[in-house]
Write a protein that binds this ligand. Structure first.
Ligand SMILES: NC(=O)c1ccc[n+]([C@@H]2O[C@H](COP(=O)([O-])OP(=O)(O)OC[C@H]3O[C@@H](n4cnc5c(N)ncnc54)[C@H](O)[C@@H]3O)[C@@H](O)[C@H]2O)c1
Length: 282
């Protein structure tokens, strides 16, 4: 049987870790030739690892041209590289505002500009942007990060409209909190990592973090020909966090459970997670 993505070349920015690496592996498993562009592109064969910085126009253009030359064009671009920021609208320095927008938003602009000439030459061109639940739900202490991802969502729709006639589909995914090295770093920095993990899991109606593979599968679907009639969409991969209002937010462990669960009726702040002082969120 022919693999769904056989014959396609894909570029994944931020493909050295987490969601990007899981996506690169999944695209490869489905038949694509995949290049990971990253500041630290650690992946091994069969992935092509290329060092590139999405804030550096020259570095990106060189990387995209090199991948297209080596793998034979570019059919799929996954704009996934991103960084986080914590704080209210008054907390982050203007330097940090520029830095996060430069990576999370302008990084997509640069990667897309570099790839467009190749995408226009493809009969099955697709762009998938990694957005976030932070674009569609108000999360406390995430003003800058949310602003960057809200811009990614709006840019996704605008790009989908602009490149419709060229046959280039543009979509995005909005993950909830995903178990990646990024989130593990945040948890490690928390005063009580286990309590933080439980709070984050309970915030999502399914009662657990999303896996990187679950986000990768959504990206791979949007990137492939089975999504051939799908453009300008926002696909949530968030354990129900955006759309559901269950009476019981998440299955709770009984009192005295091995994870130290807080019982059937924990205080509201513990259930919501985001209200905990210094709570971590992606
Ligand atoms: N983990 C989550 O809970 C979560 C939730 C929603 C959205 N996201 C989004 O998913 C994407 C990936 O997140 P992750 O959790 O896999 O993080 P991660 O830190 O595990 O991986 C991010 C990768 O991006 C690379 N990167 C960072 N800056 C770069 C730059 N300037 N140029 C090139 N590469 C760069 C890093 O080196 C790293 O390999 C991000 O856009 C993030 O905003 C993550």
């Amino acid at each position: 049987m022919t693999e769904e993505l056989s014959g396609l070349v894909a570029i994944v920015t931020g493909g050295g870790s987490g969601i990007g690496l899981a996506t690169a592996r999944m695209l490869t498993a489905r038949g694509a030739a995949v290049a990971c562009l990253d500041l630290d592109p650690s992946p091994a064969e069969p992935l092509t690892a290329v060092t590139a910085d999405v804030t550096d126009e020259r570095s990106l253009r060189d990387a995209v041209d090199a991948v297209a030359g080596r793998l034979g064009g570019v059919d799929v671009l996954v704009n996934n590289a991103g960084i986080g920021a914590q704080g209210t609208v008054e907390d982050n320095s203007y330097e940090e505002w520029w830095r996060v927008l430069d990576v999370n938003l302008l990084g997509i602009v640069r990667s897309t500009r570099a790839a467009l000439p190749y995408l226009r030459a493809s009969a099955r061109a697709a762009i998938v942007n990694t957005c976030s639940i932070a674009a569609t739900a108000g999360l406390p202490a995430r003003a800058l990060y949310s602003a960057s991802k809200g811009a990614v969502l709006a840019l996704t729709l605008a790009m989908a409209a602009d490149h419709l006639d060229e046959g280039i589909r543009v979509n995005c995914v909005t993950p909830g909190t995903v178990d990646t090295p990024w989130v593990r770093r945040l948890l490690d920095a928390a005063a009580d990592p286990d309590a933080e993990l439980r709070a984050l899991a309970r915030r999502q109606p399914m009662g657990r973090l999303v896996t990187a593979d679950e986000v990768a599968a959504a990206i791979a679907y949007l990137a492939g020909p089975l999504a051939g009639a799908t453009t300008g969409t926002v696909l949530a991969v968030d354990g129900g966090m955006q759309g559901l209002r269950p009476r019981s937010p998440a299955p709770l462990p009984p009192p005295g459970a091995p994870d130290g669960g807080g019982g059937a009726h924990p205080p509201p702040a513990e259930r919501r997670g985001e209200d905990l002082p210094g709570a971590v969120q992606a």
